[in-house]
Design a protein around this ligand. Structure first.
Ligand SMILES: Nc1ncnc2c1ncn2[C@@H]1O[C@H](COP(=O)(O)OP(=O)(O)OP(=O)(O)O)[C@@H](O)[C@H]1O
Ligand SMILES: [Mg+2]
Length: 291
């Protein structure tokens, strides 16, 4: 079931076109990640989806605002309230039972500092509090603007597990992130936003295939010969070179095994490594130009 639908979203700030005619659809139980360079329009798009920023044109359909959770890019809380008081404040605004505050505090691992003032929190603690706040309404729609920014690697991993758990429970999740490895792990589909336009949408393997991105093969051979370069090209390599006993070959992903086998047959493979193209290469292909 489609949970979030947006059509033709546009937003200008003076001469700047922040978001340019973007369509978007996210299903229940799906994580959709928006990636793109700084200033591409990710936050503006997210805010329009949430109704925080009014689009110049286009529309958004969200099922239940009361069950929507939002982790903003720069969470801002009152320094003089404790973590618990902060959550109780948000809970009271949204008509959420106070007991839920304790639940979300424990979900994000903040029980130990719940009675400390937020002004004394580290950046990571503030980020956890922001996630706790987003989880308050048991969200069916979860919108996360750079959720793991400022988190240590372990905390980031915990956040990712939580996000996956929300997906398992059927929530529709939109997130933005600059951590492409994280997006690769989490997202079912990715949208590349570039200068306000959604220039690519799909799962990573599909986008890799669409752009015809090549894999990089590094092969150590027993009997080095300059002819190994010709063999690599003959069996599908796009370009190849040899240095000592190491043959480096760029080739379409589909041909990588053929190239490897040919090198093994003729020169004996001692060791090899394959670098498959991923979201980073997709990102550069679609959004590597001038901002
Ligand atoms: N309130 C505003 N007033 C004027 N310009 C704005 C406003 N909000 C955003 N912009 C401009 O719109 C463009 C998109 O900004 P946005 O914050 O959506 O980018 P982003 O993709 O989230 O970037 P980042 O990766 O740095 O978070 C930028 O050029 C920005 O300067
Ligand atoms: Mg942003």
């Amino acid at each position: 079931m489609v949970a979030i639908q947006a059509k033709g979203l546009c937003k200008r700030y003076g001469n700047i076109v922040a978001v340019d005619n973007v369509d978007l659809e996210v299903k229940e139980g799906e994580i959709f990640a928006i990636v793109g360079p700084n200033g591409a329009g990710k936050t503006t798009l997210i805010k329009m989806i949430l109704g925080i920023t009014k689009p110049d044109s286009g529309f958004v359909e969200l099922p239940d605002p009361a069950r929507t959770g939002y982790l903003p890019e720069n969470p801002l809380f009152y320094d003089n309230l404790t973590g618990l008081e902060t959550l109780q404040f948000y809970a009271s605004i949204r008509g959420i039972p106070k007991e839920r505050c304790y639940e979300v505090l424990s979900i994000v691992g903040l029980e130990g500092v719940a009675d400390r003032k937020v002004g004394s929190y580290s950046k990571g603690m503030v980020q956890r509090l922001a996630l706790a706040q987003a989880l308050l309404p048991k969200p069916l729609i979860l919108v996360l603007d750079e959720p793991t920014s400022g988190l240590d690697p372990i905390a980031a991993k915990e956040f990712r597990s939580l996000i996956k758990e929300m997906r398992e429970q059927g929530s529709a999740i939109i997130m933005s992130s600059h951590v492409l490895s994280e997006v690769e792990q989490l997202a079912d589909r990715v949208g590349v936003l570039y200068r306000g336009r959604m220039v690519a949408v799909g799962d990573v393997p599909t986008l890799v295939e669409k752009r015809g991105l090549s894999a990089q093969l590094y092969v150590r051979i027993k009997n080095p010969s300059p002819k190994a370069v010709d063999t690599a090209i003959e069996y599908g390599g796009i370009s190849a070179e040899i240095k000592g006993d190491l043959v480096s070959v760029a080739c379409p992903i589909k041909r990588r095994f053929e190239v490897l086998r040919a090198l093994d047959d003729e020169y004996g493979v001692v060791d090899f490594r394959v670098e498959e193209p991923g979201l980073e290469e997709v990102f550069v292909a679609y959004a590597g130009g001038k901002r």
